[in-house]
Design a protein around this ligand. Structure first.
Ligand code: ASP
Length: 442
């Protein structure tokens, strides 16, 4: 069995956190490849090393004095080196980095140095080999990842390396220039290595014990989701935000490798296992409830719309011409509604309305703003009767008006539109109905 274990910024921000990582890695010989982020926040209000690097580089670009910020960054690493009594030449490393900042070699290079140094410290501490990501994560000229080449390179580079620490977040293009993923991209590095090596499990170690059934800012102490399928996670896409980078899913999903979200500070917790498919019965009928505010709806009415060939296409091509994507598309016999991100529409409002007017000559176009969308998702919903009924009665009980309903035929999800101001109350009502009341009964 082989596992890739990726540790996020807060998991390796101090010597004490390094020790936890070591205990975790050495507890399971399957954990052969370790990917690390740059040191993150040590406590709330702290600054991530990556943010300090961006700050220093912007000063360097403006020919301003960046040395004090660089000294702050160095102190972060010095503390880890000293506390763990590692023999590592920070002087030489910081001399090279500072020179390169002066030469303005690029913001991606600058941002990547946190991972570059942290991985070397972790490798020394674990007794694993350090493998630089610029040897195996390959970027194209347009700064997107070359998945095919990356896979080949990872296999080639790790072939004779049984245990390695690899820095996350960056790689290099064909000329050797460092290129980074978007923020939080160490998750993607871990996923690419897991996929290329066909490992059995991709562990993503962070500072929470997994995905939660609902947003903890809205619901107090929500339950952790033990198992979730890739599809459910996608439906709840607004929920995982901040825990796992969206682009980390594709490489492992393609290879059928599960991802386990684990808590470095509470390794005994099960965490959340993200799988392709599972027979595991969900604890509750719903796996999760999440949502987002600030959508708007364009309601289009026209008599005999259902018989008019090409009506939908003509309406959607207006959106396409204005570079707008739609989120949902509920319809009636003579009505069609486009649910869109409000901000996207605001930028092109009149072009879109005129375009629709000309394209399909509707009887009426109505606009509605400030709508929140809520996704109630769960594989367990398929086999249960009355889920929609219970969602509606939970909302009715709270006097919340439902503006829109959309259920995919997969029966995995129900999407509900409510007013922005009812958003939090609606999430709480649904959570109470499907989770709290179930726990109280049992
Ligand atoms: N250190 C980078 C960031 O702060 C990448 C990562 O942590 O995944 O975004």
């Amino acid at each position: 069995m082989i596992k890739v274990a990726k540790f996020g910024g807060s998991s390796c921000a101090t010597a004490a956190q390094f020790q936890k990582v070591k205990d975790i890695v050495l507890a399971d010989p399957a954990r052969r490849y370790v990917v690390v982020s740059a040191p993150g926040k040590r406590m709330s209000g702290d600054t991530k090393v990556t943010d300090l690097l961006y700050k220093a580089y912007h000063l360097a670009e403006e020919d301003a004095d960046f040395e004090p910020v660089m000294a702050e960054i160095r102190a972060r690493f010095q503390e880890i080196v000293d506390d763990l009594s590692l023999s590592f030449d920070l002087d030489e490393n910081f001399r090279i980095i500072t020179d390169n900042f002066k030469k303005k070699v690029g913001v991606d290079y600058a941002a990547s140095r946190g991972e570059f140094l942290n991985a070397q410290l972790m490798a020394a501490f674990l007794g694993f080999e350090f493998v630089d990501a610029s040897r195996c994560i390959v970027f194209l000229e347009d700064k997107t990842c070359d998945y095919q080449k990356t896979e080949e390179k990872i296999r080639e580079v790790l072939k004779a390396v049984p245990h390695a620490v690899i820095p996350g977040f960056y790689g290099a293009d064909i000329d050797g220039n460092v290129v980074t993923f978007s923020r939080g991209g160490s998750d993607v590095t871990g996923s690419l290595i897991a996929a290329a090596e066909h490992v059995d499990l991709y562990e993503n170690w962070t500072d929470v014990s997994g995905f939660l059934v609902a947003d903890p800012h809205i619901v107090p102490n929500p339950k952790v989701i033990d198992y979730i399928t890739y599809q459910e996670l996608r439906e709840l896409s607004y929920m995982g935000a901040g825990v796992l980078h969206e682009d980390a899913i594709f490489p492992v999903r393609k290879e059928g490798i599960p991802i386990q979200i684990k808590n470095t500070n509470r390794p005994e917790d099960h965490g959340t296992l993200i799988v392709h498919n599972t027979l595991k019965k969900p604890r509750y009928i719903i796996t999760g409830v999440s949502g987002k505010k600030d959508f708007c709806a364009i309601n289009i009415e026209k008599a005999m719309m259902n018989a008019e060939i090409g009506f939908g296409r003509r309406v959607l091509s207006v959106l396409e011409d204005n570079n707008i994507s739609f989120e949902h598309l509920p319809s009636g016999i003579d009505t069609m509604t486009l649910v869109i991100h409000q901000q996207e529409l605001e930028e092109h409002e009149q072009e879109v309305l005129n375009g629709i007017q000309r394209a399909v000559e509707p009887d009426l176009i109505e606009l509605e703003s400030d709508i929140a969308l809520i996704a109630v998702v769960g594989r367990g919903m398929r086999s249960s009767r009355g889920v929609a009924g219970r969602v509606f009665s939970a909302l009715a009980h709270e006097y919340i008006n439902i503006k829109m309903i959309d259920q995919g035929s997969s029966e995995y999800n129900i999407i509900i539109g409510v007013r922005n101001e009812d958003f939090e109350k609606a999430i709480r009502a649904i959570y109470d109905m499907f989770v709290l009341s179930v726990d109280e009964e049992s």
